[in-house]
Design a protein around this ligand. Sequence first.
Ligand code: UDP
Ligand code: MN
Length: 335
Amino acid sequence: MTNEAFVTLVTNDSYAKGALVWGQSLRNCGTTKKLVIMIGYKPEPPLQAVMEKTFDELVYVSLMDSGDTTRLALMARPELGVTFTKLQCWTLTHYTKCVFMDADTLVVENIDDLFEREEFSAAPDVGWPDMFNTGVFVYKPSMETYGKLLELAKSEGSFDGGDQGLLNAYFSDWAFKDITKRLPFIYNMAANLTYSYLPALLRFGTEVKVVHFLGQSKPWNFGYSAESDNVYGGSMADNMFQTTKPFIRTWWKVYNHNVEPLFEKKPEGSVDVPEYPKSSAPVSSETNGSEGGKASGAATPDQWERGDINYTGSDRFHNIQRHLDAMIYKNANDY
Ligand code: UDP
Ligand code: MN
């Protein structure tokens, strides 16, 4: 019998929030695989209790406790701290195959079919498509591979200072050797970069399976009002914000519906302090020039070519939002 797992990593409370949404989003999509969280710090007991409810296995990882090879490599390359922690996913050898996913990813459609792929499968990076992005990858736990990765880290370091540079150096034939190891972009869609190729987002947006909030602005840095179904705050350039917003909204819906209720009720008489003061919240979804505006219908190919595009056309973004909503509500009966 095979034993397969989705694996993520957290080293602080913010990413823990992301991981909880990630785990719940996988459950909403009906995964039959195990969910594993690698934890590189000491979460407070209430958070740890919610992690225990959400994941099948909590694996505490510590850089300095994980054997001589790691310690030596780390002394040589102290800047690779979080990278080394992520590599420890190869030590989970009680699983036959795993899919590692960043804690800033959100699953909107079942992706168990990823386990039909072999090590090392990943989707192209949007910055340099001959490289893969390490937010989602299929791998086979192995102490031997782990040792080799650490050796490479020690001898060469990582050319981008992170796990992505190192793993691309190690699995360097990914771009040209075996096309089955190149995951379609819908398994790791960079949410905040969708603005750079809008026609593609509008064409393929409803097929997306995994949304990745890579970059500096994470969904938990924004506010969300369930009442107005509006996302606000955060710091993101406006053009980027417009196209990222439907995905942030969906992330928050999963947080509110599936994660928040897992925390123990507060003692009676305690007062909720909102994360953002009311006055900073836009009065309506149109304040941010959003898809809620009075937008035109679908642009024709002709209009696209002329650059005459209403980027925030309501019908288009609503299609994507409707799809995302349908996905997250489909398997959850408790809404
Ligand atoms: N991570 C973490 N703590 C950190 C930074 C990163 O736990 O302080 C983990 C987390 O799983 C995160 C992954 O490492 O998703 C990669 O970092 P991030 O997603 O921020 O990188 P990006 O995708 O933006 O390049
Ligand atoms: Mn990420």
